[in-house]
Design a binder for this molecule. Structure first.
Ligand code: UTP
Length: 273
């Protein structure tokens, strides 16, 4: 059973400076809702109520957002504006939020390892809130959990991206699982390959189902040439043992880590308002 979701949210968000100087990137709003709240709602839609958030310096707004705000609530109580708080109050009521602080921003793998005390010895989902995913029916995390329940191994979500952008991603090579059009058995994973050396155009996006085995691998992994611990390199060790699946999810992703994707997400959600 996947009962917990890890949200790495400690990065500097440099591509959004100066907006992210004092405001966490994960708290930037898409229309009126912070990115991280979309992620938490996705986890809830997959039946997960324990949220494990990895934060860092300057990220306290995240904890305040997912906590009661008695002054504001009492100010709005009984007024026509009270309903604006309904959704977030419901989320706070049904979820448990736990936090760990990443002391040095040493990459996504390091952030995931920082979450180990919050996760313990059980499989878990990972959501990178700046990849905002929209699905017609089941959320991408729910789709992946259903796969995990069947295959019981780590799963990464993938998407075909234009080859000239492939060097911005972790990339997989693999073979389709028999009878499936969306599930690949991963042979190899490479973090940010040079364009002419990329094994495919299938890029890993910000959704993972991991097992607790990953923590030992991360502890023993050498940093890359930028001094970062990469989750792709840790998963590659498991992939070489034939243990990792990649899943071309049904839905659309907005890369809100850059302003073009962020604007597209805002346009998409503004249509529903
Ligand atoms: P990104 O590389 O997209 O985020 O990491 P970033 O580093 O904050 O953004 P830029 O490149 O400087 O603009 C993907 C996710 O992993 C988290 C980030 O918060 C983001 O949600 N992350 C990254 C950490 O928690 N810790 C890290 O050391 C690095």
């Amino acid at each position: 059973m996947v009962n917990k979701c890890l949200f790495p949210a400690a990065g500097y968000g440099t591509r959004f400076l100066p907006a992210t100087k004092a405001v966490p990137k994960e708290m930037l709003p898409v229309v009126t809702k912070p990115l991280l709240q979309y992620g938490v709602e996705e986890a809830l839609s997959a039946g997960i109520t324990t949220m494990a958030i990895v934060t860092g310096r300057g990220k306290r707004a995240i904890e305040d957002h997912f906590d009661n705000s008695y002054e504001l609530e009492s100010q709005l109580k009984g007024t026509p504006k009270e309903h604006y708080l309904n959704d977030i109050k419901k989320i706070i009521e049904i979820s448990t939020f736990t936090y760990a602080r990443q002391k040095k921003m040493l990459g996504l793998g390091h952030a995931i390892l920082t979450g180990e005390p919050l996760i313990g010895d059980e499989p878990f989902a990972v959501i990178l809130a700046d990849d905002l995913c929209v699905c017609n029916n089941d959320s991408v995390t729910l789709q992946m959990i259903e796969l995990f329940n069947e295959y019981k191994c780590p799963i990464v979500a993938i998407e075909d991206v234009p080859i000239n952008k492939i060097n911005q991603y972790g990339v997989i090579s693999g073979t389709l699982v028999e009878g499936s059009k969306r599930i690949y058995k991963v042979k190899e994973m490479i973090e940010k390959p040079e364009i002419d050396k990329a094994p495919s155009s299938m890029a890993i996006i910000g959704r993972y189902i991991l097992t607790s085995e990953i923590f030992e691998i991360l502890k023993n992994l050498k940093p890359d040439r930028n001094g970062e611990i990469q989750i792709t390199n840790a998963l590659n060790i498991q992939a070489k043992q034939g243990k990792v699946l990649a899943y071309k999810f049904e839905g659309k992703r907005f890369d809100c880590g850059n302003f073009k994707g962020y604007l597209a997400a805002n346009n998409h959600f503004a249509k529903d308002k």
